[in-house]
Unconditional design. Structure first.
Length: 157
């Protein structure tokens, strides 16, 4: 029997322009009971910088609630650069913890080895909100970062 996969994407993909405050680019809500223990969990985030100013830097985060799961550290974005976060993990059957590894990168950077993340509490009985944020180092009308892809997949093991 084939395994079923649930894929979730945000209702809209946002952008951050001319601001230094951490700005939400997209949000996905996993409804209570929709994610089960012993499931594989993956996330893919792709952010593009169609326009940039000088040596201003951009940081991108993937969060579960207020917990940061992975960060593309501040980098000197150029026009049409792309950065990404790929996260893979599973929900364990005992402590309802999300065990995962993540890797990130950006245009012109060698692909990094996946790094294990600290386990994150993941109560399957409550709604979970995953958020992608972007933060520019300097406010400039030329600084634009746009969320292009944000998918969350859960698959039975």
């Amino acid at each position: 029997m084939a395994k079923s996969t649930n894929v979730r994407v945000p209702a809209s993909l946002g952008s951050v322009t001319n601001a230094t405050a951490e700005t939400t680019l997209g949000t996905v809500t996993l409804n209570a009971h929709s994610v089960k223990v012993d499931q594989k969990f993956s996330a893919l985030v792709i952010v593009e910088t169609p326009s940039t100013n000088s040596t201003d830097t951009l940081a991108v985060k993937l969060k579960l609630g207020s917990t940061v799961l992975s960060t593309v550290t501040a980098f000197d974005a150029a026009d049409n650069d792309v950065c990404f976060i790929k996260l893979e993990g599973y929900i364990d059957a005992y402590g309802e913890l999300l065990h995962c590894v993540a890797f990130d990168g950006r245009t012109g950077q060698a692909f990094a080895n996946p790094e294990p993340l600290a386990d994150v509490a993941f109560d399957t009985q409550t709604d979970k909100v995953l958020t992608v944020t972007g933060t520019w180092s300097v406010a400039s009308a030329s600084n634009v970062a746009t969320l292009k892809v944000f998918t969350i997949e859960t698959t039975p093991v």
